[in-house]
Design a protein. Structure first.
Length: 94
């Protein structure tokens, strides 16, 4: 079952309607700036805590061998970093 996806455009439209003192372009600029700041912090390996949402952090993953499920072939995966999201307690209980 496919669930609907909320896009940035939809969030901008809804926020702009709830905040009539801001235009949709201003709301879009704020959201884009927020995305940039979060990306910069994560690139610097700094965790980002969004109260009421959760925490984003960067986790190091050791190199390892994996298997291609389609062919069964083994593949070497290089060590890398990935973004980890830990939802806040309220989201965990949804």
């Amino acid at each position: 079952m496919n669930k609907p996806i909320t896009t940035k455009k939809e969030i901008v439209k809804e926020l702009a309607s709830k905040m009539p003192e801001l235009t949709a372009n201003q709301v879009d600029e704020v959201i884009s700036t927020l995305y940039e700041l979060i990306s910069e912090r994560l690139a610097a390996k700094t965790s980002v805590k969004l109260t009421g949402v959760g925490t984003l952090s960067v986790q190091y993953v050791e190199g390892h061998v994996a298997r291609n499920p389609g062919t069964g072939e083994t593949v070497q995966i290089a060590a890398h970093h990935k973004v980890k999201f830990i939802p806040c307690k309220a989201l965990k209980n949804l």
